[in-house]
Design a protein around this ligand. Structure first.
Ligand SMILES: C[S@@+](CC[C@H](N)C(=O)[O-])C[C@H]1O[C@@H](n2cnc3c(N)ncnc32)[C@H](O)[C@@H]1O
Length: 253
């Protein structure tokens, strides 16, 4: 299946087969695409895409529109996960106007921008470690006119959270690489009144309850009264794994 994002067609390696035939088929069906990329997924701490150009020239940036929000990004160095679309909407619909939100893995603003546009909370601290992604985060804040709400921070969320202090009513942990190791920092970002942490993690299919118990135990061991408000499957990750979000309420004991 071909995925289209801002005029870029992404072809999974196992589906690309004969290159010429693949290119011809895609251009026939989607005559307006600017470039066709073979896409292996994202890798490393910065979640850079591994791609190969099959046809066309990669533009410096593309604009992807979703739920009244515009995201600009460089498709050669950054990737945008279309499978998280409903989760972005869910977050925008969940946040309330009085909240302070900390987005620990902001990317180009995938969660921060829709939340700011639609929920208009008091403040969002958006933290991103990759300077390329940060550049587009700043652009997207301006592009969507939410600079009075979203404050961008370039750096490691573990350090930035300490500098920002215990201010959050809600913390977003939209990252799949050993996310639980960041939980102590997410919990320290919560205000004295406690708050909700949205933890993204991979789970073995059918063992979601085990992951939920592990998260609860981790929060309790760190000195928090914790309650799991729920979890949902965001998308299928592989035949044996799914991407989950767990919504955890936590309050320091
Ligand atoms: C896969 S993107 C996800 C963006 C968005 N949260 C989402 O779920 O769609 C994860 C982002 O986290 C950033 N990141 C990784 N480690 C980080 C850290 N220690 N502090 C801040 N950002 C980090 C990466 O550079 C990347 O842009």
């Amino acid at each position: 299946m071909v995925k289209l994002i801002g005029g870029v067609a992404l072809v999974r390696p196992e589906e690309s087969g004969d290159v010429e035939e693949t290119v011809r088929r895609i251009l026939k069906r989607h005559p307006r695409v600017k470039v066709i990329l073979r896409y292996w997924g994202v890798e490393g701490e910065f979640r850079r895409p591994r791609i190969k150009v099959l046809w066309g020239e990669v533009p410096e940036s593309i604009v992807y529109r979703e739920y009244g929000v515009e995201f600009e990004l460089d498709p050669a160095s950054l990737m945008f996960c279309l499978g998280n679309k409903f989760e972005r909407l869910r977050m925008a619909a969940t946040v309330r106007g009085w909240e302070v939100v900390v987005d620990m893995f902001a990317g180009v603003g995938q969660f921060s921008i829709p939340i700011a546009r639609h929920a208009r909370p008091a403040k969002i601290h958006s933290i991103e470690i990759n300077p390329d992604a940060y550049r587009f985060l700043v652009k997207n804040i301006e592009r969507n006119k939410v600079s009075e709400i979203v404050e961008p921070h370039l750096g490691d969320c573990r350090e930035v959270v300490e500098a920002v202090g215990p201010v959050a009513d809600r913390v977003l942990m939209g990252y799949l690489d050993n996310t639980l190791s960041f939980l102590p920092h997410a919990l320290r970002a919560l205000s004295e009144a406690g708050g909700v942490v949205h933890i993204h993690s991979l789970s073995v299919r059918g063992r979601e309850e085990e992951l939920a118990e592990k998260v609860l135990a981790a929060a309790e061991n760190l000195g928090y009264a914790a309650k799991l408000l729920g979890w949902r499957a965001v998308k299928s990750y592989s035949p044996s794994k799914i991407h989950l979000t767990l919504d955890l309420f936590a309050l320091r004991r």
